[in-house]
Design a binder for this molecule. Structure first.
Ligand code: MN
Length: 503
């Protein structure tokens, strides 16, 4: 995937100097065993580095300062092998700017019932050492993930993996840029938002460009370069006859390839991780870019239509979280429903053109059809059905005083053929059920634009919201509408006051 930074996670073991060098040597050995043991089954997406046993406030502050300053440190995994008086941690944790996972584990899984003595008890104190740490984290209102269980437990490792993926996406957002052609599609509300607040909250910027910059860039590519890319399409996709060499619409495919070359060059030149454009501002373009966003999303860029700059950032974040899994993450829009049979309702998701082929079942087909909006020539697009299975939709909305991440678990399902539908599509059922899910989504203010993924789990997005310090509104198999409404009301109060709780 484009633009992924190297990243590792520091494993920090808390203790105190009172135990003396002999015991601390055993603590260090135990901590090394846990740190390397977490990795050895290969369930973690990124490496762990043992960062030492911290026994004083100065050591802890030093670790936290170095972690914060290290661009390759994705976060800290903390574990108290023994007791570590937590006032020692205040200074360090106050300076820490990286995500935290508190692992509540123990070196040994079993108690040696026949031989246990006080020496053993004093060496294996996480049961209360981690409670002392937990109090301090809670007292400082430190957003963190707490994972409990023996370090060899696959479920424990999978939960750490989810957090690593969220932390990786968070790291990816810091200093990232979204390229934006034109402004918002006129009068659309949910795709608007405060870009200053977003950069403060999330660390990514949004840079505006005129579509004329894209038109100029397109002119820089030779016909031979364009032809070469169009020929490469034929190796990956099925082309309808009119787009094949000599076909009557071949020039439209060449035009789409030229758009891709220019967009790709501009994204690379500015080191961007996503982009958006709007069909209301296409001066100098012959067709709305459709194939190019599909191809660029496939390479790892985030995208959304109509000037929506939040959803490209979110699509990118989900692509980073899912990296190394199936790769199936796309920009999506709830388009239309089959609600003829209560209890069996289906949502048809698609967009005008731009659905990412990473979610495609089988080989996409390159087609060309008229587009009834934008007033331009027929655009080229890939058409395909989505893979099926557990998936989710996520939407990032600006509530005015904060951001809210709305997430709905869904199941992507098989569906009848759609011979007349000229766009890529996915069909899903919502959890817990269509009526509850849609009512909850609408009450939460979730957008029609989403990041859709078959890789990313609610746990990853929960971890991501915790790291970002934003509200998560999760709609899943456990959602009841009355409780969800109450949670939204409580969240209004909590997030309004939250900044004041740390003092
Ligand atoms: Mn749209």
């Amino acid at each position: 995937m484009i633009g992924l930074n190297p990243l590792k996670f520091w494993f920090v073991c808390g203790s105190q100097h009172l135990y003396g060098p002999e015991t601390l040597e055993q603590v260090a050995d135990g901590a090394r065993t846990v740190a390397s043991g977490l990795e050895k089954d290969g369930r973690l997406v990124l490496p762990i580095e043992f960062a030492g046993v911290a026994t004083t406030g100065d050591e802890i502050a030093d670790i936290c300062r170095r972690a914060s300053a290290d661009p390759e440190c994705g976060g800290l995994i903390l574990w108290m092998h023994t007791f570590s008086p937590a006032k020692m941690w205040i200074r360090g944790l106050s300076q820490l700017t990286k995500p935290v996972l508190h692992l509540h584990t123990q070196l040994n899984g079993s108690l040696p019932w026949d031989s246990i003595d006080m020496d053993y008890m004093n060496l294996h104190q996480a049961a209360h050492g981690d409670r002392e740490a937990g109090f301090m984290h809670t007292r400082m209102r430190l957003g963190r993930k707490v994972v409990v269980g023996h370090w060899s437990d696959p479920e424990v490792q999978d939960r750490i993996d989810s957090w690593m993926r969220a932390a990786r996406a968070w790291n990816d957002w810091q200093g990232a840029g979204i390229m934006r052609f034109g402004d918002n599609m006129r009068n659309v509300a949910v795709t608007e938002g405060d870009k200053v607040a977003a950069e403060m909250a999330f660390g990514f910027k949004v840079d505006g460009y005129g579509v004329g910059d894209l038109v100029d860039k397109m002119a820089e590519f030779s016909d031979a370069e364009v032809e070469a890319l169009a020929n490469a399409y034929a190796e990956q996709y099925t082309l309808v006859p009119e787009l094949q060499p000599g076909g009557e619409k071949r020039s439209s495919l060449l035009d789409a390839a030229r758009q891709e070359l220019a967009l790709s060059a501009m994204l690379k030149a500015g080191n961007y991780k996503g982009f958006t454009h709007t069909f209301e501002d296409l001066h100098g373009l012959n067709q709305l870019p459709g194939l190019a966003p599909q191809r660029l999303m496939e390479q790892g860029y985030g995208f959304a239509g109509e000037g929506d700059w939040k959803t490209p950032a979110l699509v990118r974040a989900l692509k980073v979280m899912g990296h190394g899994k199936s790769g199936a993450t796309s920009f999506m829009e709830d388009y239309t429903y089959d609600i003829s049979a209560p209890g069996k309702e289906l949502v048809l998701g698609a967009h005008m053109l731009e659905v990412c082929p990473t979610i495609a079942e089988g080989k996409p087909q390159l087609e060309i059809h008229p587009l009834g909006i934008g007033g331009k020539a027929d655009p080229v697009r890939m058409v395909f059905n989505s893979k099926t299975g557990p998936a989710l939709n996520a939407s990032l909305v600006d509530m005015g005083n904060r951001f809210r991440l709305v997430v709905n678990k869904v199941n992507a399902v098989e569906h009848p053929d759609l011979p007349k539908l000229p766009v890529a599509r996915a069909v899903w059922q919502c959890l817990p059920d269509f009526k509850t899910a849609c009512a909850a989504w609408i009450l939460a203010g979730g957008a029609h634009h989403t990041a859709y993924s078959l890789d990313v789990t609610p746990e990853m997005l929960d971890d991501f919201a915790t790291i970002a310090g934003i509200e998560l509104a999760l709609i899943d198999e456990n959602t009841s509408l009355s409780q969800f409404k109450q949670d939204l009301r409580m969240n209004e109060v909590y997030w309004h006051l939250a900044k004041g709780f740390t003092v």
